[in-house]
Design a protein around this ligand. Structure first.
Ligand code: FAD
Length: 320
């Protein structure tokens, strides 16, 4: 069976959920071989094995933390040379997309970014993408070289598929470019205790209708009752009510959760571009004609200052 390389996104050995989703998709195409780099790389093997990795290639070097993405591209290129995979799958984070693009260029392959689904095809893996602000869905495959495909978080379920992976050291020799861009400082973001926006299964967002930074407390309360991340429209971000890191949309982050709840957001095309692939969309808006209602699964016409706290209370009551 063909092997499929999966790039492992992890923090000191703790594997992030989008990588486990990639393993689910990789198993549709072939046998997943994971590539884990940097501090704690070997510690990822157990969880990767639980989700179907048959082999884990590891390499640790200070270059992975001291420099930007090129050392990781060097390592993935070495893995491609060692394995001759049927495809290389990378999570669609900002870093993942840069790694994938550089890798594809290096190995002379075609690339598909931001896939939302992946299936096996007669002539190689077929990826589904959502395009033109999710107005269309396309299916495509790479016709040149080893397909390099980045996949958006929440595109597949995390599935248990116990395997006992062989853990092998990957031989990597870094290119001259590897040390070209040095990391000079790392400032960890203050933790909110909420899930990462692009990875969250549920996102609760607020827009101009929230009408003030202090009012985002009710959006956060709803999010916390659901274990959700908080998003914001650009109007709310531009007004200084919520950080830009939480902006959803064309010039913000692209999210694809199981549930997206838009509060006081009109549904402009640029906002839709970042959330329209969400599995279930709910909107609360006092204007029954708001365009957001064209794409929702459930809509509440009402004042968010009444609806959102009532919803939060109801959820808390039902959770006991
Ligand atoms: P509005 O459009 O003003 O809508 C507010 C909504 O709140 C209205 O529908 C109103 O009925 C409702 N409302 C008001 N009060 C209440 C209440 N008490 N209860 C319930 N509902 C209420 N936008 C993004 O979001 N993300 C982007 O990444 C992005 N990128 C852009 C890039 C470009 C190049 C451009 C030109 C624009 C971009 N925009 C982006 C801006 C986008 O066009 C809209 O202006 C923006 O999304 C509007 O935000 P909003 O829906 O919060 O505000």
């Amino acid at each position: 069976m063909a092997e499929v390389l999966v790039y492992v996104d992890h923090v000191d050995g703790a594997v992030r959920k989008p990588t486990l989703e990639l393993l689910t998709l990789a198993r549709r195409i072939g046998e997943p071989v994971a590539v884990a780099l940097g501090a704690g790389a070997a510690d990822t093997a157990a969880v990767l094995g639980e989700h179907g990795a048959v082999k884990v290639l590891t390499h640790d070097a200070s270059e992975y933390t001291d420099y930007l993405v090129v050392p990781k591209v060097d390592a993935l290129q070495a893995a491609v040379a060692a394995v001759s995979p049927a495809a290389v799958l990378v999570p669609s984070s900002a870093e993942g997309k840069e790694i994938a693009a550089r890798l594809a260029l290096r190995i002379g392959s075609g690339i598909i970014t931001d896939a939302v689904d992946l299936e096996s095809g007669d002539e190689g893996p077929v990826a589904t993408q959502s395009v033109f602000a999710a107005s269309f869905s396309t299916k495509s495959r790479v016709s040149k070289g080893t397909p390099v495909i980045t996949v958006k978080p929440n595109s597949a379920a995390v599935e248990a598929a116990p395997a006992t992976p062989a853990v092998e050291a990957l031989e990597v020799s870094f290119s001259a470019q590897a040390t070209g861009t040095k990391v000079t400082a790392r400032t960890p973001r203050e933790s909110t205790g909420r899930p990462e926006l692009t990875e969250a299964a549920i996102v609760v967002s607020g827009g101009r209708g929230v009408n003030g930074a202090e009012n985002f407390a009710i959006i956060e309360a709803l999010a916390d009752s659901l274990g959700a991340a908080v998003g914001a429209s650009r109007a709310a971000v531009d007004a200084g009510w919520y950080p830009h890191t939480n902006q959803v949309g064309q010039t913000g982050k692209s999210v694809s959760p199981q549930l997206y709840i838009a509060n006081g957001i009109s549904g402009a095309i640029q906002h839709r571009a970042g959330m329209q692939t969400s599995k279930t969309i709910v909107a609360v808006n006092k204007d029954a004609e708001a365009p957001i209602f064209d794409l929702v699964d459930y809509g509440v016409v009402g004042d968010l200052f009444d609806v959102v706290p009532a919803l939060t209370e109801e959820i808390k009551t039902r959770k006991g």
